[in-house]
Design a protein around this ligand. Structure first.
Ligand code: GDP
Length: 325
């Protein structure tokens, strides 16, 4: 299968977030027109606004990188935001896309759609085979509904729309707010702050034993453009880096890259979440994509971006409806 990007108008929904920003940057290297619209132009939870915008913009293809996202604590404590807003975004965008006859659409889910204790590495067909991880089931249920909606449009209306499931993501433009962020940006900020202030200890949530797989957002964006071109299937497809690290190991790696000698102190009062979620990305690799950078290189790049933005205040990023878990 080959979808020609040249000459197409491609809407990146959620371009102000980490993932949407990376997809827009990656698509800018193709001969297509990248459409973007901030929340002040079209609020994606507002059905009428989305239909109006879509009818006027009439994109050829859409990447839905917009989502209400957050780390383990935000997910656990704001269930309505994570369930409601994500259901609205995906339902509104897909319905309006169908009405506007949008030919290609790429929906993004998350590795947390899989059962908490799925066999590792997690293959695509593990979906709906067991109970979800309770700390992020609201987000997961919304994302599973999004996959199903995409499949429903394919089945009922013959739409060539696809879904990709990225693993845990990080990179430039991430959310560094310690209450709502994911672990990697949180630890970058904490070790950086400890280095500046000379503190000897850095609090790390949970036991340090959970294993996570990480993928740089620019690698994800490259994979997504590849899938937009070459993937046409009812089934969703995993996008991972194939390597995992414990939270303790991640803390050590980040401390080294930041140049901070503080010790991680594990806080057992905070949840661990799922013990392990390594995805099986062999389906993607078999199609011919395999270019993920190493975690070390990715964190160095991300820390450089963090430092740059530290020295340029006023560059607030709109995170709340845009980055992807
Ligand atoms: P998850 O992959 O959905 O569990 O999302 P997170 O990225 O928020 O958390 C991953 C793991 O890192 C969990 O076991 C957390 O308890 C752990 N962790 C350790 N320190 C932190 C922190 O400062 N912030 C976050 N968000 N997680 C942390």
């Amino acid at each position: 299968m080959s979808y020609e990007l040249a000459g197409k108008r491609i809407w990146v929904a959620g371009h102000r977030g980490m993932v949407g920003g990376a997809v827009a940057r990656r698509l800018a290297r193709e001969e297509c027109e990248v459409l973007t619209a901030g929340r002040e132009v079209v609020d994606l939870v507002d059905q009428a606004a989305v239909r109006r915008w879509m009818a006027a913009a009439r994109p050829d293809a859409i990447v839905i990188a917009a989502a209400r996202v957050g780390g383990i604590q935000a997910n656990d404590t704001r269930p309505v935001d994570f369930l409601h807003d994500n259901l609205m975004i995906e339902a509104n965008v897909m319905r309006a896309a169908h009405e506007a006859d949008v030919r290609r659409l790429l929906f993004l889910g998350s590795s947390c759609i899989y059962p908490r204790l799925a066999p590792q590495p997690i293959a695509e067909d593990a979906l709906l085979t067991g109970p979800l991880e309770p700390t992020n089931e609201w987000y997961a249920v919304a994302k599973i509904a999004g996959i199903k909606l995409c499949q429903a449009y394919r089945r009922q209306h013959g739409r060539d729309w696809i879904s990709a499931m990225p693993t845990n993501l990080y990179g430039p433009g991430d959310n560094y707010d310690l209450e709502s962020s994911h672990v990697l940006p949180a630890l970058l900020r904490k070790f950086h702050d400890a280095k500046i202030s000379g503190r000897r200890e850095v609090p790390v949530w949970g036991s340090g034993t959970p294993l996570r797989e990480f993928l740089h957002c620019d690698d994800l964006a490259d994979a997504l453009v590849f899938l937009l071109r070459h993937y046409s299937n009812y089934d969703h497809i995993n996008v991972g880096s194939g390597t995992e690290i414990s939270i303790r190991g991640l803390a050590g790696t980040i401390a080294r890259i930041v140049g901070c000698e503080a010790e991680p102190v594990f806080d057992a009062e905070r949840p661990d979440g799922t013990p392990r979620k390594l995805m099986d990305s062999s389906r993607l690799h078999a199609l011919g994509w395999d270019r993920a950078r190493t975690l070390e290189a990715g964190i160095r790049d991300t820390y450089a971006d963090f430092l740059k933005n530290q020295t340029e205040p006023g560059q607030e990023r709109d995170q709340s409806l845009a980055t992807l878990k």
